[in-house]
Design a protein around this ligand. Structure first.
Ligand code: PLP
Length: 366
């Protein structure tokens, strides 16, 4: 057993146990297990939280990306630009639409580099997917300006950024649509898979309601071939219980992150953000050339760490057909070799943050 766990889901369940059990009882007795009032209430709550008029609960964050693109008309012959240092789903959801994935390197913020973005745009470019990695919103002013200039769709991959803001505006409210994940490792999570799409486009919202439900406009009429990708009532119920606690959780993450950074900034590269940003630290990610040795050392003293992510998307076996090679995206490649995510979860204590910090410092003082 590690002394400091990376996450502690059981502990988080414990804090909401009776509320969740009561909700489970209520929904189970009610019998509306899919497309229920509970889901509608969650969608309203989530929209209100993000500052967007519409939300659509779907089966997972990956489907949130895929369905958004399909509903926005992305398909074969199109190119979609995204960052090479994201989770696999950002890439496969593009591939699944039939469009071509085009990677653009990130800058030191770890998010899409707006300066390089125009070089990747061709007459086939249809959309840009900025990823708000680790819960820090990408440079949306610059990205939206470029998208407007070239008439491109912007789909935010906000899977890691629920609650994060940029110039006072919440993640998920910048693009034509945004995809969120309710996966157990995300800041707002359910007890299984779940996802949400936000948008301010009413027509897109109505199309997505049908898309996630087989393309049905009513019980007997299928207006186009859709998918079965809905957020279950039980999960919507759990999300409704947790959403009111999200801001407190995110601010505790920021507090812990500050504690880490205050201690560690003389030794490693710590995460930064501008005054106009409020990140949510889905991950607290440090960088150092001796990352591997540091990770091994921390494991020997019971500290669990992770690398998000070890292999950039353009170097995955699945991406071979795209023809990229090592050296194409130097910043993303450098990040993959130097990043390390330290334990950060709501159930931790500041003593544990101190314990981890002390061992990081001890490693560099050897
Ligand atoms: C988690 C995640 C996804 C996918 O979400 P799932 O709910 O696991 O399908 C997509 N993009 C990013 C950046 C993620 O972190």
């Amino acid at each position: 057993m590690p002394k400091v766990k990376f996450v502690d889901l059981g502990q988080q369940y414990f804090s909401h146990r009776s509320e969740i059990l009561n909700k489970f009882d209520e929904l189970s007795l009610g019998g509306q297990y899919v497309l229920s009032d509970e889901l509608t209430v969650f969608e309203q709550n989530f929209s209100h939280y993000c500052g967007t008029p519409y939300s659509i609960g779907v089966a997972n964050g990956s489907d949130a990306l895929l369905l958004s693109m399909l509903a926005l008309g992305v398909g074969p012959g199109d190119e979609v630009i995204t960052a090479p240092n994201s989770f696999i789903a950002t890439a496969w959801s593009i591939a699944r639409t039939g469009a071509t994935i085009v990677f653009c390197d990130v800058d030191q913020s770890m998010n899409l580099d707006p300066e390089q973005l125009p070089n990747k745009i061709t007459e086939r470019t249809k959309a840009i997917i900025p990823v708000h990695l680790t819960g820090r919103v990408a440079d949306m002013n610059a990205i939206l300006q470029i998208a407007k200039l070239y008439d491109l769709i912007v789909l935010e991959d906000a899977a890691q950024a629920v609650g994060a803001s940029y110039h006072g505006q919440r993640a998920g409210s910048f693009g034509h649509a945004a995809a969120f994940s309710l996966h157990p490792l995300k800041n707002l999570h359910v007890h299984g898979d779940g996802g949400v799409i936000t948008t301010s486009d009413k027509a897109l919202y109505e199309k997505l309601l049908q898309f996630r439900n087989h393309g049905l406009s009513d019980r007997d009429t299928c207006v186009f071939w859709g998918m079965n990708s809905r957020l279950d009532s039980i999960h919507a119920g759990i999300a409704n219980i947790k959403l009111p606690h999200l801001d407190a959780m995110n601010s505790r993450f920021r507090q812990f992150a500050k504690q880490y950074s205050d201690r560690l900034s003389p030794y490693v590269c710590v995460p930064e953000h501008t005054e106009n940003e409020l990140p949510v630290y889905h991950r607290y990610m440090i960088r150092h050339e001796q990352r591997n040795a540091l990770q091994d050392y921390l494991a020997t003293v019971g500290i669990e760490t992770k690398i998000n992510y070890q292999v950039p998307l353009h170097l995955q076996p699945a991406a071979a057909e795209l023809g990229y090679s090592y050296g194409d995206f130097p910043v993303a490649e450098q990040l993959a070799q130097t990043i390390l995510s330290l334990p950060l979860n709501y159930e931790m204590t500041s003593d544990q943050i101190e314990y981890v910090s002390e061992h990081v410092i001890r490693f560099f003082s050897q």
